[in-house]
Design a protein around this ligand. Structure first.
Ligand code: PMV
Length: 331
């Protein structure tokens, strides 16, 4: 009997926000991340040309590569955007080299470079789509760890939180080496404000490292406090206590300020939001720009968005229970 092979598969994976614990997580503190309902999509299909063809339409990039492991690997260090995607491909091809050429089409609803985990979501959906197309049957943990390798090319020394949440979905309580999925029953409505200020995670991770090295005792205490915030935040999130969660977000923001990742421009926006009497507001991710998350009384979401929309890009989101998902298969 002939094996029925796939011709085409589309996978998707969510972006994320970090509710508590960014930066401190790099030093072993706990963090809480939550998948959001904005996703990246990758369609992988077999093509007749013996090549790997990649089209990333959001960044207007299309490139063809010879179907040769060494040739592809030699390109990885030289290509900023394609490199991490190629790395996902080679890590899969090392497990099973395709007999036919492959085309990848990549698109995303997640704003790029804004701290919402777009690179991890693209890596997870790329590995997920290739895993499906080549019928490798990798587990979700294996997919997440291959995506992590490609995240290292983007961010230097990432904690692994982005690929973990994008693969699993839902909300996770994360410490280096341990991931606990949380049982969050409520919707957790969140407003995201994109400051449109571009920033690079590795730069801000490096800045915090400099400060930590200059003042280890003080910074260790800051990171320990963040660890306690995440622990408390976990209980509150599982119980859906939005007001108390907001209060903890404000305390975490104070500590992010102490770590030096809130620039004057970001702090100005945060202070403006505070005046609207929200439950909580903080940076999400590396800081220096990127996105700000807001928790408020669900009945006030429309009003608060309306007030902030005059000057900012703002959108409403909530918890996504789905991690990596197969959207479509063509046999
Ligand atoms: O890439 P971002 O902006 O989502 O930030 C990642 C979170 C950090 O804690 C700053 C770094 C990390 O690898 O955990």
């Amino acid at each position: 009997m002939l094996a029925i092979t796939l011709k085409e598969i589309t996978a998707s994976a969510p972006g994320k926000i970090i509710l508590f614990g960014e930066h401190a997580v790099v030093y072993g503190s706990a963090a809480i991340a939550m998948a959001i309902n904005l996703r990246s999509f990758v369609t992988a299909k077999f093509i007749s040309e013996k090549q790997l063809s990649i089209h990333a339409k959001d960044v207007h990039l299309s490139q063809e590569f010879p179907l040769d492991l060494e040739a592809i690997e030699s390109k990885i260090p030289h290509l900023k955007i394609m490199g991490p995607i190629l790395n996902c491909c080679t890590s899969i091809f090392k497990k099973k080299f395709p007999e036919n050429g492959i085309e990848l089409k990549i698109w995303s609803q997640i704003p790029l470079g804004a701290g919402l985990g777009s690179s991890a979501a693209i890596a997870v959906s790329t590995v997920g789509a290739l895993n499906g197309l080549l019928e490798l049957n990798l587990s979700i943990e294996e997919i997440s760890s291959l995506a992590f390798e490609s995240e290292c090319l983007v961010h230097g020394t990432p904690s692994g939180i982005d690929n973990t949440i994008s693969s699993h979905g839902g909300a996770v309580y994360y410490k280096k080496g341990s991931v606990k999925r949380m049982d969050v029953r409520s919707k957790i409505p969140i407003l995201i404000l994109d400051t449109k200020i571009k920033r690079k995670t590795s730069f801000w991770v490096g800045k915090v490292k400099e400060k930590y090295n200059a003042n280890r005792q003080v910074f260790s205490l800051i990171f320990q406090s963040v660890d306690k915030i995440s622990l408390k935040g976990r209980q509150l999130l599982e119980r859906g206590y939005l007001k108390d969660l907001g209060e903890l977000m404000n305390v975490n923001q104070g500590l992010l300020d102490a770590m030096g990742v809130a620039t004057p421009e970001v702090s100005k926006i945060i202070n403006k939001i505070r005046k609207l009497n929200v439950f909580g507001v903080k940076i999400t991710g590396a800081g220096g720009g990127g996105c700000i998350i807001i928790l408020c009384d669900p009945r006030r979401i429309k009003d608060i968005s309306r007030q902030l929309r005059k000057d900012h890009d703002i959108f409403s989101t909530s918890l996504s229970r789905d991690g990596l998902k197969i959207e479509k298969m063509v046999r």
